[in-house]
Design a protein around this ligand. Structure first.
Ligand SMILES: Cc1cc2nc3c(=O)[nH]c(=O)nc-3n(C[C@H](O)[C@H](O)[C@H](O)COP(=O)(O)OP(=O)(O)OC[C@H]3O[C@@H](n4cnc5c(N)ncnc54)[C@H](O)[C@@H]3O)c2cc1C
Length: 318
C-alpha cells in the first residue's frame, strides 16, 4: 500500500537504489524508494508532501558522515546534492557569501578563495555538502564551519526563516540541527579579505596533508568517534590521561582507542588501520552490523579502561 502511495505522490521516485553507492563508507542496503533533489526548493516540496501524506522519510546529503543499515526500513530516502554552482544556488556580495545547503563544501571553499575571501580555507578537503557541514559543525585545523557563519535559512515544518548563528547552538561537532527536525536550506557566511594566492596555497597544503591520512578512494566516514571534551570529564577520570595528550581542551579519541589496542582490529570487512585508531575502514563489501559490533567493542574497552563513554561522530541511521 505504501508503495502505491509513494509512487502516486512522487512519480519521479526511484526504486531499489543501493545507498552504499551514495556514501563514502560504501555501506548501506537498498533504499526501497529514493529521490535525489538538487536544490532547497525541491527539498521543501518533497518533505512537505511526505509529511502531508504521513510518509516516513530520511534526509541525507553528501553521505560522508552516515552509516546506513544493511536493511533499509520502509522509508523514502531523500538525498540533497547540487551537482554544481549555478546562478541561483549562491551569491557573493562584498565579503558575504550566501549559498544553498546542497552545494558541495569544496565548491564553497573554492568560491571563497576565488573571491579572495578568507575564513573557510582550513576546511579544505572535508567531503560532503554545506548543509551536512552545518549539521555537524564540521571543522579541521582549528576552524569550524560555524566560525564564519552569520545565519542559516531553515524550514521548520511550517515556515522558511533565517536563524542566527547563536540560535544554531553550535558546539564541538554539534548544533541545534541534531535536536530539531529542521531542514537546512541555505547559509550566509561573513568572511574577510585575504590574499588569493596565499589562500590557494594553504588550501592545497591542507589537502596534501589530509590525503596522507585519507588516501583518495578510502572507504570511511572520517573520524568515527568524537574527541572528548575535558570539561565533561571528572577529575578522577582525568588523572589517567597524560596531560601532554590533551589538545585544545580535548582528549583525542584516537589516543584512547590506541591505548586499548584498537589499531589493526577487525570485524568482517571493517578494520582499523595501523596508522590511526579512530578510523574505521571498509575494505569492500562491509556491513553496517559489523561497524556497529566493532564500534561497541571499542566503546566498551575505552569505558572499562578510562571510564569514558566515547560518542560516535558519525550518524548511525536506524
Ligand atoms: C575522508 C573523510 C574525511 C573527513 N574529515 C572531516 C573533518 O576533518 N572534519 C569534520 O568535521 N568532518 C570530517 N568528515 C566527516 C564529514 O565529511 C562531515 O561531517 C560532513 O560535513 C558531512 O556532510 P554530508 O553532506 O556528507 O552529510 P551527510 O553524511 O549526508 O549527513 C550527515 C547528517 O547531516 C544531516 N543533513 C545533511 N544535510 C542536511 C540538510 N540540508 N538539512 C538537515 N539535515 C541535513 C543528515 O540527515 C545526517 O544526519 C570526513 C569524512 C570523510 C569521509
Amino acid at each position: 500500500m505504501i508503495d502505491k502511495l509513494i509512487r502516486n505522490v512522487f512519480p519521479e521516485v526511484e526504486k531499489k537504489v543501493s545507498l552504499a553507492a551514495f556514501t563514502t563508507f560504501g555501506i548501506g542496503g537498498v533504499a526501497p524508494w529514493f529521490i535525489l533533489v538538487e536544490d532547497a526548493e525541491q527539498l521543501v516540496q518533497v518533505v512537505q508532501k511526505a509529511r502531508t501524506q504521513k510518509i516516513p522519510y530520511y534526509i541525507f546529503a553528501g553521505g560522508s558522515n552516515v552509516v546506513f543499515p544493511d536493511k533499509i526500513p520502509k522509508k523514502l530516502i531523500i538525498c540533497l546534492r547540487a551537482s554544481r554552482l549555478n546562478k541561483i544556488n549562491h551569491e557573493v556580495k562584498a565579503n558575504r557569501i550566501e549559498i544553498e545547503a546542497g552545494v558541495p563544501l569544496s565548491l564553497l571553499i573554492s568560491l571563497s578563495i576565488r573571491n579572495s575571501l578568507q575564513g573557510l580555507e582550513s576546511l579544505s578537503g572535508i567531503p560532503g555538502t554545506v548543509g551536512g557541514a552545518i549539521y555537524g559543525n564540521a571543522g579541521a585545523y582549528g576552524q569550524s564551519i560555524s566560525d564564519k557563519l552569520e545565519a542559516v535559512l531553515i524550514w521548520d515544518g511550517k515556515n522558511t526563516r533565517w536563524v542566527t548563528k547563536e540560535e544554531c547552538q553550535f558546539t564541538y561537532r554539534s548544533s541545534i540541527f541534531k535536536k530539531k527536525d529542521w531542514l537546512i536550506l541555505s547559509a550566509r557566511f561573513i568572511l574577510f579579505a585575504g590574499d588569493k594566492k596565499e589562500l590557494q596555497q594553504k588550501s592545497r597544503q591542507i589537502i596534501a596533508i589530509r590525503n596522507k591520512k585519507y588516501v583518495p578512494g578510502i572507504k570511511c566516514p572520517g573520524s568515527f568517534f568524537k574527541n572528548v571534551l575535558v570539561k565533561n570529564v571528572s577529575k578522577v577520570v582525568l588523572k589517567n590521561i597524560p596531560p601532554e595528550k590533551i589538545i585544545e581542551g580535548k582528549i583525542p579519541a584516537g589516543f584512547l582507542l590506541e591505548s586499548i589496542g584498537a589499531k589493526n582490529s577487525r570485524q568482517g570487512q571493517i578494520f582499523i588501520p595501523d596508522f590511526h585508531g579512530n578510523l574505521l575502514i571498509n575494505e569492500g563489501g562491509g556491513r553496517a552490523s559489523d561497524v556497529v559490533k566493532l564500534a561497541s567493542r571499542l566503546q566498551k574497552k575505552v569505558k572499562d579502561k578510562f571510564g569514558i563513554n566515547l560518542e560516535a561522530e558519525v550518524q548511525i541511521v536506524n
